[in-house]
Write a protein that binds this ligand. Structure first.
Ligand code: ADP
Ligand code: MG
Length: 366
């Protein structure tokens, strides 16, 4: 799961700004009408990041109750699936499943199965068992980070492979056929949590809401008096800069948006930058793509796919998106000094607007 490293006060500020930027953008794009019904906004800390809930058109107390329920649900998911804490059911499963068949929570199994679909689609580029490598690179603890040795990388890679996870659905059991394996939901759990949040809001009869968990966004309905939610997309070239807006209208009711990039969590060592998305096939942080953004029918799909695209790169990424129903996206690629090329699904073009003043960007649809 995403978290805030100790040395990362900077990170905390960054996330905070990202959150503010998002909400400002939502606000800008939805606040200009007269007779605006009440807007309710709440912010929580969960899964090591910020959760922002925006609800329109409800009484403050109903909206507050609904957003508390969202926060409770996300805290519950975190205490079930975090690999940051040693005592969660997922951490316990990780320690036991190499020994043999281990009873597993049904919700963990279902997220695991979903994740494994993406491993299949990316030939292991997205790998829910990348845990040992992520841990080795220091992205699962709060301490100084340095690149591991080749030997350490080889050792960790020997413990990775989604095909080595066996699931017995009938008995709700899991086993790892290779010792030392670990499952990590860092690339999918936030999206899952956002989907659950939207479900809870709908159950509470909320008709208009935006939920953002560390930049994983889900929307319901439309903001009061407006025709779309504006969701800001970051410019991966510059810390804290925004690239443009996705305007999500009623075609995207209940959909999610997620972005991936090495700008979110990384460390620097001897002048080089190492990011938190690791290619399990090489053992090293992925380089090549600057950033990815996916808009999909579920926030979990968006979350998983944004990471998938980041790992597989431009060509495979495009075919992955073209084949995936209910998912569109953007792949941002370096195009020489400071310039960027964006490959974007043709279906998404009309919903994306570059911010004025953003320079050095070429947009090419596919
Ligand atoms: P974020 O968590 O910042 O929103 P992502 O959704 O792209 O970004 O997820 C990145 C996280 O996924 C990493 O912090 C790590 O926990 C995990 N991860 C890293 N590399 C892989 C990979 N190749 N396959 C699956 N999960 C990965
Ligand atoms: Mg992801």
């Amino acid at each position: 799961m995403l978290h805030i490293p100790e040395k990362g006060i900077k990170m905390k500020i960054l996330l905070k700004r990202l959150f503010v930027a998002l909400v400002i953008s939502v606000y800008l794009f939805s606040s200009t009408s007269c007779n605006q019904p009440q807007r309710y906004e709440a912010e929580f800390e969960v899964m090591g990041t910020y959760l922002a809930v925006t609800i329109d058109g409800e009484t403050q107390s109903d909206a507050a109750a609904a957003s508390r329920a969202v926060n409770d649900e996300m805290q519950r998911i975190n205490s079930l699936m975090s690999t940051w804490q040693a005592d969660t059911p997922l951490s316990i499963l990780n320690r036991m499943a190499s020994e043999g068949w281990t009873e597993a929570d049904g919700e963990i199994i279902s997220v695991l199965q979903e994740a494994m679909q993406y491993s299949r689609l990316t030939d292991g580029g997205f790998d829910v068992t990348a845990g040992p490598l992520i841990r080795l690179w220091g992205f699962l603890k709060r301490s100084e980070q340095r690149p591991p040795t080749d030997e350490e990388i080889q050792d960790a890679m020997a413990k990775i492979g989604w095909q080595n996870v066996e699931i017995d659905n009938e008995r709700s059991m899991i086993r790892f056929t290779v010792p030392g394996m670990e499952v990590d939901f860092g690339a999918i759990a936030k999206g899952y949590a956002v989907d659950r949040a939207l479900g809870i809001l709908r159950e509470s009869d909320i008709e208009t809401a935006l939920v953002s968990l560390g930049g994983n966004v889900g929307v319901i309905g439309l903001p009061a008096g407006r025709e779309s939610w504006g969701v800001a997309v970051r410019d991966p070239r510059h810390a804290d800069a925004l690239l443009g807006t996705l305007s999500l209208d009623t075609n995207f009711d209940g959909w999610g948006v997620a972005s991936s990039g090495q700008y979110e969590r990384f460390f620097e060592y001897e002048g080089r930058r190492y990011g938190h998305i690791i290619d399990p096939r090489t053992g090293y942080p992925v380089e090549g793509v600057l950033g990815t953004t996916v808009v999909a029918a579920s926030a979990m799909q968006a979350d998983a796919l944004s990471t998938c695209l980041f790992v597989v790169g431009e060509e495979r990424g495009i075919s992955l998106l073209t084949d995936e129903p209910g998912a569109f996206g953007m792949i941002m690629l370096s195009d020489g000094e400071g310039s960027m090329r964006i490959r974007i699904s043709k279906e998404l073009v009309e919903y994306f607007t570059l911010f004025e003043g953003v320079e050095g960007v070429k947009v090419e649809e596919f």
